[in-house]
Ligand binder design. Structure first.
Ligand code: SF4
Length: 254
């Protein structure tokens, strides 16, 4: 019996848990589905495990169209949360609109920082220069918390090949308050490019200018060929993540 089959049988023996906590539920789902393909993971998450209680958080960056397209194949009405930091490239804003229309996504939400809080903590809009962690907390982490309150789970586009804290990501993981679904953990850059081509997905306009990973304009730079895919993010700083995935993932099972 294969490891995955054995894990799957174990998971079946454990499931369903009516009141299992987040960690146990995430582990059960990771054991069962981390070897599955992305569409199956999404179908299970959207239709079976968290119907009406799951959202996708998307940056509408360089790779985002693949996951957005996959989700649209399962349910075009899944809420898509876009953290509108006020610091995105104009190209990202226009790309978001174009992509949402092409894919028929019906519930794309712009989540902005509270204006009063923004004026109090970053009145000149230059907090990113002095303290990028504080800026990400203000413009991303804090606005995301209330936006996720109505959901039990959210979908991310993180992939193991991105490196850093992502190399051991499982398909399902627990945060303090939610289950995070990571359907693309096993995808490589080649897989993403092939998926774009197969499904005629438009590229983010900045990818042609050498940006393999795209976030806010002050903290995103082109990367040299052969660099780590996220090398252009917060270039020159120790920072590698914005903080919305602040907690270490549970161990991958597969
Ligand atoms: S990525 Fe940069 S500009 Fe955007 S919220 Fe974080 S520190 Fe601020």
């Amino acid at each position: 019996m294969s490891v995955i089959a054995a894990a799957s049988n174990t998971a079946r023996a454990l499931a369903p848990f009516a009141n299992d906590d987040l960690e146990a539920r995430a582990r059960r789902l990771a054991m069962k589905y981390s070897g599955g393909d992305a569409l199956e993971i999404l179908r299970v998450a959207i239709k079976e495990e968290f119907p009406g209680r799951i959202a996708l958080v998307s940056s509408f960056g360089a790779e985002s169209a693949a996951l957005l397209h996959l989700v649209s194949q399962v349910d075009k009405s899944v809420p898509v949360i876009f953290l509108e930091t006020g610091k995105h490239f104009a190209q990202t804003i226009s790309y978001r609109k174009r992509l949402a229309e092409k894919l028929g996504l019906t519930d794309v939400r712009n989540i902005r920082p509270n204006e009063t809080v923004l004026q109090a903590r970053d009145p000149a809009g230059d907090l990113w220069k002095r303290d990028a962690d504080a800026c990400c907390t203000l413009r991303k982490v804090e606005p995301l918390t209330p936006a996720l309150e109505e959901f039990d789970a959210w979908i991310t586009g993180r992939k193991q090949f991105h490196g850093g804290g992502r190399v051991n990501l499982p398909a399902f993981e627990a945060s303090a308050t939610h289950i995070k679904v990571n359907p693309l953990i096993r995808w490589s850059r080649i897989d993403i490019n092939a998926y774009f081509e197969k499904n005629d997905l438009p590229a983010h306009p900045l990818t042609a200018q050498g940006y393999p990973s795209i976030g806010c304009w002050p903290c995103t730079h082109p990367a040299a060929s052969g660099d780590d895919i996220r090398a252009g993010r917060w270039r020159g700083a120790a920072k590698t993540e914005c903080g919305i995935h602040g907690r270490a993932p549970t161990q991958a099972v597969s």
